[in-house]
Design a protein around this ligand. Structure first.
Ligand code: SF4
Length: 445
């Protein structure tokens, strides 16, 4: 049987925290490979609890009881262009010896498929591929995922992969890798194959792919062009199965658009999960659509054991809401906040994403959004904008950024505040974040 080794590469960044980060794309590819008779295995360079890592560094990093927490980290030489920022540049994840031991512990594969996430983590991809080349000389290395899709030219020029794939992994790509693709109707909605995971601190769920909206700052439609949902019975079976097999209690839903067509999708899923009465917790770190948060959905989220939710609100500035795609309104948000609080969620359980550092955005506009969310009784989370090639906002970001974001993906890093200007500086964002954490520390601009 042909054999493919999937590898989730290291993160190289100035900061990283594991908010239930899982190599979801690779798990889906693993499911597809197995559905067409190809043996797949996974090494997750971010899983610091895996046996290969424990053998070289027995003490795990600090983790929370819900499956989130810190990574192991190691300082690296800072790339020259990031030196002026005076920030530590680190590798997050397992030790290189652990990666080598994990590769050595596997039968030699016929091909290695390396995934990728943030565009500005690409140096971690390059380092991972270099280790694979050393350990497995002569084995072809393929690269796919978010960075490969959004920056294909850069990935082809720099990653050293034998082939760079863009977009969703399809059976046709298997043919290009030299394998026999499945029968035409064998694919369909492929669930992540969680049996590839080495540890089960949390179990990822993907119940839909894509998003019908087109927010100007978001790459969802570039990563998956359509929108599809799996049947609610498949999700329930997945939760039941993985709870029984691994004892996992924490399940993380990664959908971009979980609440679309909720009557056919989320509502029957939640109702079935409630009937089963399993001792599980749900976490939903990708922002839920505020517009589709009804009283019934909020009540079911609570009753199904949802412990952490994020809402994708982004801004209370109505002009900005309209200019970036109109996915929500202040009225929608207030209704959603009331529904969640009435359902019994606490402020600490519901985080509301607020975007900061958009091209031309004033810090005071962000402060007004934070005030608005504080007043609603929920907890604002400030996320710095990261420019994404191919999105509607990209040209404005290129024009606004003082950095060469077209040529160098390291400058897409939201921690650098890529579209900083005198109206919204890193110091402003520091104060805005403090204001978001502490409503009693009024933001003064
Ligand atoms: S609604 Fe969310 S996932 Fe969909 S395009 Fe907008 S930001 Fe992206």
């Amino acid at each position: 049987m042909p054999r493919v080794l999937l590898i989730n590469p290291w993160i190289h960044d100035v900061a990283a925290y594991d908010l239930w980060l899982k190599p979801l794309g690779l798990l889906v590819i693993g499911g597809l490979l197995r559905s067409c008779g190809i043996e797949a295995s996974l090494i997750d360079c971010l899983d610091c609890a895996q046996p290969a890592q424990r053998s070289v560094r027995p003490r795990p990093p600090v983790r929370r009881g819900d499956g989130s927490g810190h990574f192991h980290k190691k300082n690296l030489p800072c790339p020259e262009m990031l030196r002026p920022f005076n920030m530590p540049f680190r590798r997050y994840g397992i030790a290189p010896e652990a990666l080598r031991a994990a590769i050595a512990g596997q039968p030699r594969p016929d091909a290695v498929f390396v995934g990728s996430m943030m565009t500005y983590w690409y140096t971690g991809v390059i380092e991972t591929i270099a280790h694979v080349r050393n350990c497995l000389p002569g084995v072809p290395v393929f690269l796919g995922g978010v960075y490969a899709t959004l920056c294909p030219g850069h990935a082809r020029a720099n990653s050293t992969a034998d082939r760079v794939f863009t977009g969703t992994f399809t059976p046709d790509m298997l043919r290009e890798m030299g394998f026999t693709p499945p029968q035409p109707d064998a694919a369909g909605f492929i669930m992540p194959d969680c049996s590839l995971l080495a540890t089960f601190g949390s179990v990822p769920l993907l119940t839909s792919r894509g998003c019908p909206n087109r927010c100007a700052y978001c790459a969802a439609h570039l990563l998956y062009a359509g929108f599809e949902q799996c049947g609610p019975e498949h999700i329930v079976r997945s939760v039941q199965d993985w709870h029984r097999r691994s004892g996992a209690r924490d399940f993380v839903i990664y959908d971009d658009a979980l609440l679309i067509k909720a009557e056919q999708h989320f509502i029957p899923f939640a109702q079935a999960l409630i009937r089963l009465g399993l001792p599980v917790r749900l976490h939903i770190p990708n922002g839920l659509h505020v517009r589709y948060m009804t009283d019934e959905v909020a009540r079911l989220l609570k009753a199904a054991g949802c412990a952490a939710i994020r809402l994708g609100f982004e801004s209370a500035d109505e002009r900005l809401q309209a200019a970036t795609g109109g996915k929500t309104s202040n009225d929608d948000y207030l209704r959603a906040a009331r529904a969640l609080l009435n359902a019994g969620f606490t402020r600490d359980q519901v985080g509301v994403y607020i975007l900061a550092g958009l091209p031309g955005q004033l810090a005071e506009q962000v402060a007004a959004s934070i005030r608005f969310v504080h007043a609603s009784g929920l907890r604002p989370f400030v996320s710095e904008y990261s420019p994404i090639p191919g999105t509607a906002m990209w040209d404005a970001a290129v024009a606004a950024s003082p950095f060469p974001i077209v040529d160098e993906p390291l400058f897409h890093n939201n921690s650098l505040l890529p579209c900083r200007w005198e109206g919204c500086t890193p110091e402003d964002v520091h104060l805005l974040k403090r204001f978001a954490r502490r409503p009693d520390a009024p933001y003064l601009c």
